[in-house]
Design a protein around this ligand. Structure first.
Ligand code: FES
Length: 271
């Protein structure tokens, strides 16, 4: 005799239609903590970076102070108005902060990043705010049409990001330069960590992973690309960590250089 018992499913209606009253969910956990932290973190960075980009001074600590530190928010410093450059490619007509000339590239890279997109869609737009929580956007149509289809430019920003990672690496190497020769100070370490974090974030990019391992029918026929893809996939799996760590550190690096430049902090030298 069969012992199979019939089970009856209890229908659950969460009433989570797109555009309905906000926060319809059956979840009882604190799902809102993540979105709140993202709002606070990104807002703090936006406020700081706006101040840092528009202040237009004290972004370089040069030979007069025995150092060679350039703030990553101002690198590369390509305007004639730059505090230390002789080889500027933008003439004296540019009188605003030189950071504005270059920040469009790293900002565009981050704004269109797959991780940040998820983060700000959820936390600022509530589209949706979390898994199994109703969407608050009646007209959100995903990224299949204008304007969000523009997010596809991310793959092109990635190529610029590679150039910027190289430039920031050069800045970190320059930070080993001291009047008497090679040395290491706290500012050197700050810029080296900055370069490492930027590389970790850039190489873990989904576009980079696709660039190295995509459009292949068989990995066995492309062993080098397969090897690269596997390594990049490790970084990609922790992309959120690299995104936040590199974002916070770039702000700290600028703050550190500003503090030295205004004379509020003495940069200790170890070697
Ligand atoms: S997906 Fe985040 S940097 Fe490309």
């Amino acid at each position: 005799m069969s012992t199979v018992q019939e089970t009856t499913a209890t229908p659950v209606v969460i009433d989570g239609v797109r555009g309905g009253p906000p926060v319809r969910t059956l979840r009882r956990d604190r799902w809102w903590v993540g979105p709140v932290l993202v709002v606070l973190g990104l807002s703090a960075f936006a406020a700081f970076s706006t101040w840092a980009a528009f202040r237009g001074n004290n972004y370089y600590v040069g030979p007069s102070m025995g150092r060679d530190y350039l703030s990553p928010l101002y690198s590369p410093c390509i305007a004639q108005i730059c505090q230390y450059k002789n080889d500027a490619i933008v003439g004296s007509w540019w009188t605003w902060s030189p950071a504005i000339l270059v920040l469009v590239f790293p900002l565009g890279f981050r704004l269109t990043c797959y991780y940040y997109r998820r983060a700000y869609y959820r936390s600022f737009w509530w589209a949706p705010p979390a898994c199994a929580v109703a969407d608050a956007r009646p007209r959100y149509t995903g990224e299949s049409r204008f304007p969000l289809i523009i997010q596809n430019v991310h793959r092109y920003f990635f190529y610029f990001a590679l150039i910027f990672a190289g430039i920031l690496t050069w800045d970190a190497i320059a930070a080993f330069r001291f009047p008497g020769g090679i040395g290491v100070a706290l500012g050197t370490l700050v810029l080296v960590v900055n370069a490492v974090l930027i590389w970790g974030y850039t190489l873990g990019c989904h576009s980079c992973r696709h660039f190295c391992g995509g459009n292949l029918n068989s990995f066995s026929k492309a062993p080098i690309r397969h090897w690269l893809w596997r390594r990049l996939s490790i970084l990609n799996g922790r992309h959120m960590f690299w995104a936040w760590a590199s974002l916070i550190w770039v702000a700290l690096a600028d703050l550190y250089i500003w503090l030295i430049a205004i004379g509020a902090f003495h940069d200790p030298r170890f070697i």
